[in-house]
Design a protein around this ligand. Structure first.
Ligand code: KE4
Length: 420
């Protein structure tokens, strides 16, 4: 495929932005290629500057559950723009979106809107620390919760892709209150509570880990986290930036039947516009300024354009919950095709899936990093040359949308089984 224009644009961008990108994984370092510069996207496809048309399974890293440029969302956003882009003042639309989220996610009794998943998680952790008066937070190796200093510890996503799980520039003191356990390891969590009795403010977890590739929770793991936090006066925070409105309308809370104390959202909730949400038990959220002493603020928080995109996206999901069965079925077909190659172990949760180039089961960071990333890179290139745009990293997820047609799935399956 011809990527001459992308190559020229990448050369120009590299002189302007670190690695030529505004988020590391986009640089394609892990797959040893020039990234495609995207010109437009519609439905299940993205179109690059060289005129290549590709079936897209990145879906902007998750927001695109409806596919790209869903007409109802675009029209509503265009209309909203006529009324101004941001006021820095409350609007009724924010209450409309908040009511929709609260009705879909009962664990959220009160919420605050911000502009990214990073902001949502950073703020949720601060609220939980403020509410409990405790400092220690447990996260899991290989999970990624955005780039706030205290959480850049043994992280997944782009840090794992670049094999640098801890970031430079984060003073040790900033991570002293971050404890790390192993995903799916009850023992590692129990050991931390035994070591730090009455000091742990909360556990922060991706209810389906999707930043070391997709790693679902083993049976009983989330229930264990719910029980041990309740027993120890700690809070359970579900980071649902990826799983929220993805696994079901009620996200992982509904999918697994677990009620955490706090939930963070991003991606789908903004319909592809910059919007994050943190929320949970009313008594925790009432600690947040201006009601309480946990400070958090944001110029563009809840801005009318992002909120409009979120409202329209959630309206479609709420009016047609059959979408979840449809995208799960499509993802299951891809899982079967991938497994039939005999080359990979596939992990899937609903419409989220990853193909690991390893013979062993992948249930945590240690088993995920055993994957053959060179083989993944070859697979990525094979798929790209076959017109399929999948995650440019072994340690990211594949996202299926409602815009992926049966024909798209057929083409994708053919590309998968032709990989040798
Ligand atoms: P943002 O700040 O990127 O909106 O959200 C951070 C975040 C928080 N929590 C979870 C579970 C997340 O997956 C993310 C961000 N996800 C990555 C993809 N794995 C975003 C893509 C990127 O970093 O370029």
């Amino acid at each position: 495929m011809n990527t001459d224009i992308s190559k020229k644009l990448f050369y120009r961008a590299k002189g302007l932005m670190p690695g030529g990108v505004n988020s590391p994984v986009r640089a394609f370092n892990a797959v040893g290629r020039t990234p495609l510069f995207i010109k437009s996207a519609e439905g299940s496809r993205i179109y690059d500057e060289d005129g290549n048309s590709l079936i897209d399974y990145v879906c902007s890293w998750g927001p695109g559950i409806l596919g790209h440029s869903r007409p109802e969302v675009i029209k509503a956003v265009q209309k909203a723009c006529e009324y101004g882009l941001s006021y820095g003042a409350p609007t009724k639309k924010e209450s409309e979106l908040a009511e929709m989220i609260i009705s879909a996610v009962p664990a959220i009794e009160m919420l605050r809107m911000v502009s990214s998943g990073t902001e949502a998680v950073m703020s949720a952790v601060r609220a939980v620390r403020g509410f409990t008066g405790r400092d220690l937070i447990i996260k899991f190796t290989g999970c990624y919760h955005g780039h706030s200093d205290g959480l850049l510890v043994k992280s997944g996503s782009g840090l794992m892709t670049n094999a640098v799980p801890d970031s430079a520039g984060v003073p040790k003191g900033f991570t002293d209150n971050t404890l790390v356990a192993d995903y799916n390891s009850k023992e590692s969590v129990q050991a931390l509570f035994d070591k730090y009795p009455d000091k742990i403010a909360g556990i922060l977890v991706e209810p389906v880990a999707a930043n070391m590739g997709v790693v679902p929770p083993e049976d009983g793991f989330l229930k264990f986290l719910r029980d041990i936090t309740e027993k120890n006066g700690a809070m359970l925070i579900f980071d649902e930036v990826i799983t929220g409105f993805r696994l079901s309308l009620g996200g992982a809370c509904q999918y697994f039947g677990i009620r955490p104390d706090m939930v963070t959202l991003g991606k789908i909730v903004g319909g592809g516009m910059p919007l994050g949400v943190y929320g949970g038990r009313r008594e925790i959220m009432e600690c947040v300024s201006p009601l309480g002493r946990v400070y958090q603020a944001g110029t563009l928080s809840g801005n009318p354009i992002a909120v409009t995109a979120g409202i329209e996206t959630l309206k479609i999901l709420m009016d047609d919950t059959g979408i979840y069965d449809r995208i799960d079925k499509k993802a299951s077909e891809l899982e079967q095709a991938l497994s039939s190659t005999g080359l990979v172990r596939v992990n899937r949760a609903g419409s989220l899936l990853s193909a690991f180039f390893t013979k062993e089961a992948v249930s945590d960071y240690k088993s995920a990093v055993l994957s053959d990333t060179a083989m993944y890179s070859k697979y990525f290139t094979h798929m790209l040359e076959s017109g399929i745009y999948t995650a440019p990293s072994q340690f990211e997820a594949m996202f299926v949308s409602d815009a992926h047609t049966d024909e798209d799935i057929k083409i994708t399956k053919e590309a998968i089984i032709s990989f040798k």
